[in-house]
Design a protein around this ligand. Structure first.
Ligand SMILES: [Mg+2]
Ligand SMILES: [Zn+2]
Length: 115
């Protein structure tokens, strides 16, 4: 055992389904991301969200593709560090349509807040 402190929530076991984007990111980075732990990884994620916000405001296609890819990758990593399959949790929540009104497309009377 090493003496390196690690987040108790960090999870080194792959969580993404075979062939998924999350599984690809795990193959490339999971060992390194697990060693870094959740708090440090969250800082990277938030940094990339900021870059995506700037890219959206700029509206330049190549920059948008770059930053959507980065945020997607860091979101996948955070799911892996919590032992979650990102695709599965997203599909579970929205499989029956809008979680509030259960309709597809959403029939809520007002623009809903993020659930
Ligand atoms: Mg970026
Ligand atoms: Zn709805």
């Amino acid at each position: 055992m090493s003496g390196t402190p690690r987040s108790p929530r960090a999870e080194a076991r792959p969580s993404g389904a075979a062939g998924s984007f999350q599984a690809l990111i795990e193959q490339i980075y999971l060992e390194r991301d697990s060693a870094r732990g959740v708090p440090g990884t969250l800082l990277w994620f938030v940094e990339e969200v900021g870059e995506l916000v700037r890219a959206i405001r700029r509206g330049e296609r190549a920059n948008l593709e770059e930053e959507f890819g980065d945020v997607y990758a860091w979101l996948a990593t955070l799911a892996s560090l919590h032992g979650l399959d990102l695709e599965a949790v997203g599909r579970r929540k929205y499989a029956a349509g809008c979680p509030r009104c259960r309709a597809t497309p959403c029939g809520c009377p007002h623009p809903p807040q993020p659930a």
